[in-house]
Design a protein around this ligand. Structure first.
Ligand code: 5GP
Length: 178
């Protein structure tokens, strides 16, 4: 589908499914190569990451675990900057290599908060993997190790990403038609 409607808004095809899957396979290869021999724990940030985390993790051939945290800072189509609750810490990460998996990094507020928590919990090493990155919106210094696609500062949905809870089941990424 070249164009979709989610609630009251129209979106146009931006990154098709085959390109997403091809890039995710490359990211997994890179992680497999870089982290070889390490006991790593992947931490996915819900909700938006669930499809990306599944497709990336199934291609990881390390001795790896995966766990999920939930932290929301976004309402509607513009970032409120408000950080809500962080839930789901149930893994001991002391001395471990942690790979944070994000669907999208926008301002970087969410990422900074999570990296701060991981440091408090004494992770040995923290790497960041995000499917999408908006360089024009990014305001933080945390370096991002694995980036799927750099995108402009526009609102996107699909492949796990939502508009007010809907659109997550689209298999490609779509961008808002202004
Ligand atoms: P940040 O804290 O980096 O500003 O925002 C990160 C979170 O905002 C993401 O995990 C995601 O939930 C949400 N977000 C940022 N940009 C977009 C976007 O274009 N579309 C959607 N659906 N969510 C976004």
């Amino acid at each position: 589908m070249q164009e979709v409607k989610v609630l009251d808004k129209r979106f146009r095809m931006y990154i098709p499914e085959d390109q997403l899957q091809k890039r995710i396979a490359q990211m997994a290869e890179e992680i497999n190569r870089d982290q070889k021999g390490k006991d790593v724990i992947f931490i996915g940030i819900l909700n938006g990451v669930f499809l990306f985390a599944a497709d990336l993790f199934r291609r990881i051939n390390l001795d790896a675990r995966i766990s999920f945290l939930k932290l929301a800072s976004y309402e509607g189509t513009s970032s409120t900057g408000k950080i809500k609750e962080l839930i789901g810490w149930n893994e001991d990460i002391t001395g471990k290599t942690v790979i944070v998996i994000e669907d999208i990094v926008d301002t970087g507020n969410t990422l900074e908060r999570i990296v701060g928590e991981l440091a408090l919990r004494k992770a040995a090493e923290v790497k960041i993997a995000t499917l999408l990155f908006k360089p024009e919106a990014y305001r933080k210094d945390v370096s991002i190790d694995y980036i799927g696609f750099e995108i402009p500062n526009d609102f996107v949905v699909g492949y796990g990403l939502d508009y007010d809870g809907y659109g997550r089941n689209l298999d490609s990424i779509y961008t808002l038609i202004q």
